[in-house]
Design a protein around this ligand. Structure first.
Ligand code: HEM
Ligand SMILES: [Ca+2]
Ligand SMILES: [Ca+2]
Length: 304
C-alpha cells in the first residue's frame, strides 16, 4: 500500500522540505549520515518502520530507545528527524499530515545521497506506531558477534534475503563504532589466538592502538578506515582484505555461502548500488502500519 507521491495532494513539496532540512543538518555534522541510516534500520526491525524507535521513555514505561541495543544510536539521527518534522510542520498545509516514519524514510534516502551513495525514489504512506517498549527489542537486532546463520535468520524474519542482508551491511561503509563492540576480536580472542585470525594483522595493530585495553568507553572509531565519510562499496573491498570490523562483517567474506556476493560487489559498484536500493526498499516495507494500527504523531518522540 506504500507508494511514491503519497503526499502529492496534502503536502506536494514534502520531499524537498525534508531534503533541505537534512542538508542543513548535514552541514552542521557528518554524524547525521550514519546516525539517521542506523536509526531507520533499528526502527524497521522492531515493530516495522513506524518510528517506534524515536519515542522517548516515560516515568512508567521504558521505550525501545533505552534498550541496550539502542543506547549507541547517535543523537544526531533522532535530531535529524525532529528537525525535518519541524520544517514540514512549518508549512500550514503539511502540518501534522506527514508521519514521522515517512520522514525517517525520506531523511535516510537523503543522507545516503549526501554522502555519495545512490539516490532512489522512496515509497511513502507509513503511519506511526502506537507502542514502543524496550522489551520488544529483545532478540530482534543483530549482534556484532553473530554468524551467518544467525544474521540470515534475523533478516529472513523481516522478509529479507541473504543478498539483502549483505547489501544492507554495507551501511558500515560510513559511521562509527565504540571500541567495546569489537574488543573481543583484538584481545584474548581465544586460547590459541590472542587476535582473531580472520582480522588483517596490520589493521588489528591499528585497532589496538586506537582502542587500548580499558579505553574510555565513549571512544568511537571509523568503521571504514579507508573512506569513512563516503557511501561506497569500499566495505566489500575491506572485507577482502580482512578489514571487516565486526565478526558479523568479516563472516560475510569468511563463509563460502556469502563470499561470492562480497566479491561481486567489491568489483562492481553499480551492481552493489542496485542491490542496495532494492534491499532498502524492501526494508522500508517491513511491518508498515495503516488505518487503525497507527496515526500521525504531532511530536515524533511522544504518543499523541
Ligand atoms: C548485519 C548485522 C549488523 C550488525 C551486527 C550491526 C552492528 C552494529 C554495531 C555494533 C555498530 C556500532 C555501534 C556503536 O558502537 O556505536 C553499528 C553501527 C552502524 N550500523 Fe550496523 N549492524 C548491522 C547491520 C546494519 C544495517 C543493516 C544498517 C543499515 C542499513 C546498519 C547501519 C549502521 C550504521 C550507519 C552504523 C554507524 C552508526 C553511527 O556512526 O552512529 N547496520 N552496527
Ligand atoms: Ca519500529
Ligand atoms: Ca566508505
Amino acid at each position: 500500500q506504500l507508494r511514491h507521491n503519497y503526499y502529492a495532494n496534502v503536502c506536494p513539496n514534502v520531499e524537498s522540505i525534508v531534503r533541505n532540512a537534512v542538508r542543513q543538518k548535514f552541514q552542521q555534522t557528518f554524524v547525521t549520515v550514519p546516525g539517521t541510516l542506523r536509526l531507520f534500520f533499528h526502527d524497521c526491525f522492531v515493530q516495522g518502520c513506524d518510528a517506534s524507535v524515536i519515542v522517548a521513555s516515560t516515568a512508567s514505561k521504558k521505550a525501545e530507545k533505552d534498550h541496550p541495543d539502542n543506547l549507541s544510536l547517535a543523537g544526531d539521527g533522532f535530531d535529524t528527524v525532529i528537525k525535518a518534522k519541524a520544517a514540514v510542520d512549518a508549512v500550514p498545509s503539511c502540518q501534522n499530515k506527514v508521519s514521522c516514519a515517512d520522514i525517517l524514510a525520506m531523511a535516510t534516502r537523503d543522507v545516503i545521497a549526501l554522502s555519495g551513495g545512490p539516490s532512489y525514489a522512496v515509497e511513502l504512506g507509513r503511519l506511526d506506531g502506537l507502542s514502543s517498549t524496550a522489551a520488544s527489542v529483545n532478540g530482534r537486532l543483530p549482534q556484532p558477534t553473530d554468524d551467518l546463520n544467525r544474521l540470515n535468520a534475523l533478516f529472513a524474519a523481516n522478509g529479507l534475503s541473504q543478498a539483502d542482508m549483505i547489501a544492507l551491511s554495507a551501511a558500515h561503509t560510513v559511521g562509527f563504532s565504540h571500541c567495546g563492540k569489537f574488543t573481543n576480536r583484538i584481545y584474548n580472542f581465544s586460547r590459541q589466538n590472542p587476535v582473531d585470525p580472520t582480522l588483517n594483522r596490520n589493521y588489528a595493530t591499528q585497532l589496538q592502538g586506537m582502542c587500548p585495553r580499558n579505553v574510555d568507553p565513549r571512544i568511537a572509531i571509523n568503521m571504514d578506515p579507508n573512506t569513512p565519510r563516503t557511501f561506497d562499496n569500499m566495505y566489500f573491498k575491506n572485507l577482502q582484505n580482512g578489514m571487516g570490523l565486526f565478526t558479523s562483517d568479516q563472516v560475510l567474506f569468511a563463509d563460502p555461502r556469502s563470499k561470492p556476493t562480497v566479491n561481486t560487489w567489491a568489483a562492481n559498484s553499480p551492481a552493489f548500488q542496485r542491490a542496495f536500493i532494492s534491499a532498502m526498499t524492501k526494508l522500508g516495507r517491513v511491518g508498515v502500519k495503516t488505518g487503525r494500527n497507527g496515526n500521525i504523531r504531532r511530536d515524533c518522540a511522544a504518543f499523541n
